[in-house]
Ligand binder design. Structure first.
Ligand code: BGC
Ligand code: CA
Length: 352
C-alpha cells in the first residue's frame, strides 16, 4: 500500500514539474503566446483559430500545449507590454502579429534576452530586423502574387463580359479600396492588381483610391461617399481584402441599385462571407489567403523550435521566411471552396 501510494504521489509530482520519471518518459508543456495586432480583424481571427486547432492536434502523452491569445488593440506600446507579460508568465515560443511592422525592436530585444524564439506572422518586419537574431522567423504570403492573381481574375472577367463597361467608352472606371498605409500586403496588392489588369489589355480610368483600414464598416462609408459622387459611373471595385469588398457590397445593397448598375467587385482572403457573396453574384472573385497552411506551418515551427530541433530548411526562404501560396477563387470553383468551408466548420479541417 505504502509503495503504491508513493508511486502515485511521485507521478503526480512528476506530471506537475514536467520532469522525467524513472522509465525515461517525459511530460513537457509547451506554452505558446500568440499576440495579434487587433481583436477585430476577421482574417486574423480565422488564422489564430486555425493555429489553436493545429497546436491541439500536436499534443501527445509526452507533450501538453497551452496556447494563450492576446491582442495589442492597435497600439504598439500595449502590444509590447503584453508580450512582456507573456514572457514573464513563462511562454516558450511567441507568435507575433505586429501592430507596427516597422517597430519590432523591443519585442525582439525582450525575446532574445530570454532566448524565446519569435514567429512573426502576417505583418512582415523588414529584413534587417528579422536578421537581428537567428531565432526570428516570418510566416505569411507573397503579397505581389495576390495582386497579380486579383488582376488576372478581374481581367478575365472583364474581357469576357463586355457589359462591365456600362457606359461603353472602352475604359473601365474603377475605385480601389486600400488596406492600410505601410502594410506590405496593401502596397503590393494595389500596385500589382492594377498593373496586371493593364497588362491584360484592360484600359482603366482611375476614379478614386481610398484607405479603409481593412475594415468592412469603413469601406462601406467610403463607398457611400463615392456612390454619391459618381453614381452608376463606377464599373469596377478592386479591394485589398474581402472585408472591404463586403463593405462595398453592403453599400450597393443599401443604395438599392438594380444589379446591372452595380460594378464588379473583387476581394482577397477567401473568407466565408465573401465566398457567399461570390456565389450570390454580388462579388465576382476573391483570392484565397491560405490561413490553414500558414497556421499549420506556425504550429509545426513552434513545436520544432521548442524541441530544439532544426527547421525544415527546404521550405524556408533565407532560412527564416515561410510563404504560403495564394489561390484564385471565382465563379468557376466557388463550390469547392464553400464545401471546404463547411467541412472545416464541421471540424474536419480540410483544405480546398
Ligand atoms: C489580410 C487582411 C488583414 C490584414 C491584417 C492581410 O493579409 O488580407 O484581411 O486585415 O492582413 O494584417
Ligand atoms: Ca466605361
Amino acid at each position: 500500500m505504502a509503495i503504491v501510494l508513493s508511486a502515485i504521489i511521485g507521478s503526480v509530482v512528476l506530471a506537475l514539474s514536467g520532469c522525467s520519471d524513472q522509465s525515461g518518459q517525459t511530460e513537457k508543456t509547451l506554452r505558446v503566446g500568440v499576440i495579434t495586432y487587433s481583436q477585430d480583424d476577421p482574417f486574423i481571427n480565422a488564422l489564430t483559430d486555425e493555429l489553436k486547432a493545429h497546436l491541439k492536434t500536436m499534443e501527445s502523452e509526452e507533450r501538453r500545449i497551452i496556447v494563450s491569445i492576446k491582442s495589442g488593440n492597435d497600439d504598439q506600446q500595449e502590444q509590447n507590454e503584453k508580450v512582456e507579460e507573456m514572457i514573464d508568465a513563462g511562454c516558450d515560443v511567441l507568435c507575433v502579429n505586429l501592430v507596427d511592422r516597422t517597430a519590432p525592436y523591443r519585442i525582439i530585444r525582450m525575446a532574445r534576452n530570454e532566448k524565446i524564439p519569435v514567429i512573426f506572422f502576417n505583418r512582415e518586419p523588414v529584413k534587417e530586423d528579422l536578421m537581428q537574431w537567428d531565432k526570428l522567423y516570418y510566416v505569411g504570403c507573397d503579397a505581389e502574387q495576390s495582386g497579380i492573381m486579383q488582376g488576372e481574375i478581374a481581367a478575365e472577367y472583364i474581357n469576357s463580359h463586355p457589359e462591365v463597361d456600362k457606359n461603353e467608352d472602352g475604359k473601365i472606371q474603377y475605385v480601389l479600396l486600400e488596406g492600410e498605409a505601410g502594410h506590405q500586403d496593401a502596397i503590393s496588392r494595389t500596385e500589382y492588381s492594377v498593373k496586371t489588369l493593364m497588362k491584360n489589355d484592360v484600359s482603366l480610368e482611375k476614379l478614386s483610391y481610398q484607405f479603409a483600414d481593412w475594415n468592412r464598416g469603413q469601406a462601406e462609408n467610403r463607398m457611400n461617399r463615392l456612390i454619391s459622387q459618381y453614381g452608376t459611373e463606377i464599373e469596377l471595385v478592386l479591394s485589398n481584402n474581402d472585408e472591404m469588398a463586403l463593405g462595398a457590397v453592403e453599400a450597393y445593397r443599401k443604395v438599392g441599385y438594380i444589379r446591372k448598375d452595380w460594378p464588379v467587385i473583387f476581394g482577397i482572403d477567401g473568407l466565408e462571407d465573401a465566398l457567399e457573396a461570390v456565389k450570390a453574384g454580388e462579388m465576382q472573385g476573391s483570392i484565397y489567403n491560405d490561413r490553414v497552411d500558414q497556421a499549420k506551418e506556425m504550429a509545426k515551427m513552434a513545436v520544432t523550435l521548442f524541441e530544439g530541433k532544426d527547421l525544415d530548411q527546404e521550405s524556408l526562404k533565407d532560412g527564416r521566411y515561410y510563404f504560403s501560396e495564394y489561390k484564385k477563387v471565382d465563379g468557376s470553383n466557388i463550390e469547392e471552396y464553400l464545401n471546404a468551408e463547411e467541412e472545416e466548420a464541421d471540424g474536419k479541417n480540410m483544405e480546398p
